[in-house]
Design a protein around this ligand. Structure first.
Ligand code: ATP
Length: 301
């Protein structure tokens, strides 16, 4: 059984304080429908409103609507093909929606490019880690901050001390992030030599180099062994408790979801089917039906 350790027991991390003060999103500019309105009702940091996307004849997302409250770890679950990853792609600008709106901190970010979304403080990880294999773990983190002084043509000659100071600050932060995720001992190893689970943590570490308000995690638990899974769950909880990050998490590992997520949003066939606490979702017959239906469809195919 998946065990989650209380947040208070973990080591404090000396993170750089957030440069942006927490912002309050205006409430309920537009109503969202049905039961999915619950998460949008109280201070939604992110609102997904009637978002749609079709690929040729396949409707991947079909009017998905829900809100993510600030300070929560919200789970996004559903059977294979329910549209979860496509929805992440739509929220973070990797795919343009056919319709609907994505509102982050009260600002309409629908259709923005991924780097523009990233700059708003809304960051994501991918199902398949995208590390630079030829770089060390530490270097993988140090290349994340964009527009570094040392990357400019003349600055290393004209302002060498400023370049060194910036590099040193980035290195310090990268080491803090690695410590936070208990990856400090592999800082100098090649990223290619990490286990599958460690690569997942590295993916998370790279995102933490940014200045983020909200994190979208796409199956962080896939391929992660049980002991690393504990580290991962603990790290996600500490991010929320210590850094005021809000998390939306796609995951098939129900132990992980039921332990750390509340509320849980359930998607089926491109739609948001239900939303509630782990207990409510567990007891909801529509959820069971969606999973069994998807399985029956697969075995009958
Ligand atoms: P899983 O849990 O298996 O990752 P999911 O809930 O994330 O599934 P998606 O990957 O979003 O589901 O896929 C939703 C539907 O859209 C599926 O039928 C999928 O085949 C289809 N789809 C997703 N991306 C594309 C694409 N680029 N081109 C065509 N069809 C796509």
């Amino acid at each position: 059984m998946f065990a989650v350790r209380p947040c208070a027991r973990v080591d404090p991390v000396q993170y750089r304080p957030m440069t942006r003060p927490p912002r309050r999103a205006p409430l309920g500019a537009r109503a969202v429908d049905g039961g999915a309105a619950r998460g949008a009702a109280a201070d939604p940091l992110l609102r997904v409103e009637d978002v749609r996307k079709a690929f040729g004849g396949i409707t991947a997302v079909d009017g998905a609507t829900f809100g993510v409250r600030r300070g929560t770890i919200t789970g996004l679950i559903g059977p294979n093909g329910a549209g979860k990853t496509t929805l992440f792609n739509l929220i973070t600008g990797f795919v343009a929606p056919d319709g609907g709106r994505v509102v982050f901190r009260g600002e309409d970010i629908t259709g923005r490019r991924p780097h523009q979304v990233f700059r708003t403080g809304l960051c994501r990880t991918f199902q398949i880690p995208r590390e630079f294999k030829q770089l060390s773990v530490l270097e993988n983190l140090m290349v994340v901050p964009s527009d570094q002084l040392g990357e400019r043509l003349w600055t290393p000659w004209l302002r060498p001390r400023a370049v060194r100071a910036e590099e040193s600050a980035i290195r310090t932060r990268a080491l803090e992030v690695l410590d936070f995720l208990k990856l400090g001992h592999v800082a100098q190893d090649d990223a290619a030599s990490l286990s599958g689970g460690q690569k997942k943590l590295l993916e998370l570490a790279r995102v933490l180099m940014g200045d983020l308000d909200m994190l979208l995690l796409d199956e962080p638990g896939a391929g992660v062994n049980p002991s690393l899974m504990n580290e991962l769950a603990s790290a996600i909880e500490r991010l929320v408790a210590e850094r005021a990050v809000t998390v939306l998490l796609i995951e098939h590992d129900m132990d992980l979801v039921m332990s750390i997520c509340d509320p849980i949003v359930v998607m089926s066939q491109g739609r948001t089917l239900a939303e509630g606490s782990p207990d409510e979702v567990r007891r909801d017959p529509r959820v069971l039906e969606a999973y069994l239906g998807a399985r029956a469809g697969k075995s009958g195919a």
